[in-house]
Ligand binder design. Sequence first.
Ligand SMILES: C[S@@+](CC[C@H](N)C(=O)[O-])C[C@H]1O[C@@H](n2cnc3c(N)ncnc32)[C@H](O)[C@@H]1O
Length: 314
Amino acid sequence: MSPGPSEFLQVGHLILKPAMVQLPHLDSLGRESCRLMHGRGGCLPGFEHVAIDWFAPTLLVTFHAEKEANHPMVDQLIEAASKASEVAAIVVQERHLRGAPKRTVHGKLPDDPIACESGLRYHLNLHRNQNHGFFLDMKPGRDWIRENASGRRVLNLFAYTCSLSVAAIAGGAESVINLDMASSALASGRENHRLNFDSERCRRASYHAHDLFKSWGKLKRGAPYDIIVIDPPSNQPGSFVAEKDYGKVLRRLPELTHSETRILSCLNAPHLNEAFLTDQLPGYRLELRLPRANGFEDLHQESALKCMIFIPPA
Ligand SMILES: C[S@@+](CC[C@H](N)C(=O)[O-])C[C@H]1O[C@@H](n2cnc3c(N)ncnc32)[C@H](O)[C@@H]1O
């Protein structure tokens, strides 16, 4: 299962280039979490419904559709994993099925699975049928905030399990306010801070389980912020629908910013392009486009997660 660069790998009924699939490298995976196969990016015809992630020592295979190739692929992975001591377990999640069930198809899952990134650690939920709690494609956002947060006051909107807050505090942020309507996600976020920091640094983060659209008053009282993160879902009916709601958030920014505030604005909606954001921020300067995360190659640049840094009008 370790072909050279000019050889090809058979996955199910298809023959794929190893350089694109990376499945052969099971025996040389390190501790760093990463995406091994990103079918959704469209670079692997026939595998648009598959993602494979490495959360040492576990491989997570996510299917978004039932296809003939799924079973042979899992069999092939199990065979490869049984020869690679680094892989202790393989978990398959079938997102197309009701409740998105997960099952361990090989080995034994660690009791407390962890994602590792740049020396920081994050709890993963691989035992239960839900989202696992850590978005690998947000790595450039975490890298950026870690490099820019020293001494800053951060507002992390749509915080989820607070990975951006952990990265900000690792980078020396003075304080981070994490807001998300899902209290269970914020509870995991609190645990993620405890996993990485002593109690003094943990106290720099606070957690607010509120609907953003009912929280402006509270947020205004803590303003202005030096860094504001906006990373909403693309379509969570009843809570946030990008086309309808992103503009409402952007219009409130002047109440929360000063002239030097950096706004990390993210958009993970394949059907919406960059102009969707820039058009709604007249006068704001686009300072930086963050690069796409390694492993998330996408045939259509505009479909991938977009992360942009804006500065308010002078
Ligand atoms: C894409 S996730 C955020 C991911 C996070 N920034 C990270 O990097 O891990 C979107 C989050 O927005 C939250 N959310 C959706 N609508 C909301 C609203 N109206 N107010 C507050 N939070 C909301 C969801 O609960 C979810 O946790």
